[in-house]
Design a binder for this molecule. Structure first.
Ligand code: FMN
Ligand code: SF4
Ligand code: SF4
Length: 251
């Protein structure tokens, strides 16, 4: 079984491709119904601030202790650039459940992080290049996983310790301020942002979105709005949107 989380569709795309090439099933973590361990278990997710998204760690935390010693487990992390020490973070979470992490991969995909100054979506050229390279990468990963090899093939990037051990904890504590989400007059009340939110954090009230407190900062609402009417404080005023795979991301 492949358990995945995805806001803007990148990780969902990879999870579904892998499921197809491995004759397995991909299950969305927010709606997953755990029915016991299978012999092969995969986790596919985006990197958030050089770490594993808390929603993925919470899901693993909720699993029962694994008694199957022969289980083969792997992770595939999608990222804009690099993943820091996320492999170690996931390995620690799995070890607590009695699961050994046998293989880990990172795949560069179009960037979705726009909530801080200096971060924006990729140019169309970079986006296309990443998506093209990902096709080949998925085939390579599926081949390795199908032969149950023990492989760690991830891009940690520079100063990984600082990014994962110092920046990630700050992100989980202060990374999202749900009060900053708002809409411009371009909002038509279509409700797409509400439908896409993986944690049902947006309700439509009087024809306009209202954000609750459960935001996991996936940015799916921001990128999905067909009128680019969603803003995060004044930090996204000039930022682009990434919508290539998001259409497939609805629950
Ligand atoms: C909150 C947040 C934090 C992110 N942090 C990182 C990061 O530390 N390193 C990186 O390379 N990409 C980072 N990204 C980019 C995503 O990991 C990347 O675009 C991913 O493929 C998105 O996956 P999804 O479409 O399945 O949600 C971040 C994106 C978000 C929304
Ligand atoms: S997707 Fe955009 S236009 Fe539609 S309700 Fe949400 S903010 Fe408004
Ligand atoms: S409200 Fe938060 S969790 Fe929901 S789609 Fe927007 S960024 Fe993602």
């Amino acid at each position: 079984m492949i358990y995945y989380f995805s806001g803007t569709g990148n990780s969902r795309y990879i999870a579904e491709q892998l499921a197809d090439k491995m004759t397995d099933r991909a299950t969305f973590i927010p709606t997953a119904d755990f029915n016991g361990y299978t012999d092969v278990i995969g986790f596919v997710f985006p990197i958030y601030s050089w770490g594993v998204p808390p929603i993925v760690l919470d899901f693993i935390e909720s699993l029962p202790h694994c008694e199957n010693r022969n289980i083969y487990s792997y992770m595939v992390a999608t990222c804009g650039d690099d993943i820091g020490l996320s492999t170690e973070m996931l390995r620690d979470a799995l070890t607590k459940k009695g699961i050994t992490l046998n293989a880990a991969f990172s795949v560069q995909m179009p960037n979705t992080y726009v909530l801080l100054p200096g971060f924006d979506v990729d140019s169309t050229e970079v986006e296309n290049k990443k998506l093209k390279a990902a096709e080949q990468r998925i085939n390579e990963i599926a081949n390795i996983l199908n032969s149950r090899k023990e492989v760690i093939d991830v891009t940690k990037g520079s100063i990984p310790w600082l990014k994962t051990k110092v920046v990630y904890p700050l992100f989980t504590k202060y990374g999202i301020d749900t009060k900053k989400w708002h809409t411009t007059i371009d909002c038509t009340g279509c409700g797409m942002c509400s439908k896409i939110c993986p944690v049902s954090n947006i309700s439509i009230v009087d024809g306009h979105p209202k954000w609750g407190k459960q935001c996991v900062s996936c940015t799916a609402c921001y990128h999905t709005c067909p009128h680019n009417a969603i803003k995060y404080g004044n930090l996204t005023t000039t930022k682009g949107q990434y919508r290539t795979l998001i259409k497939k991301s609805f629950k």
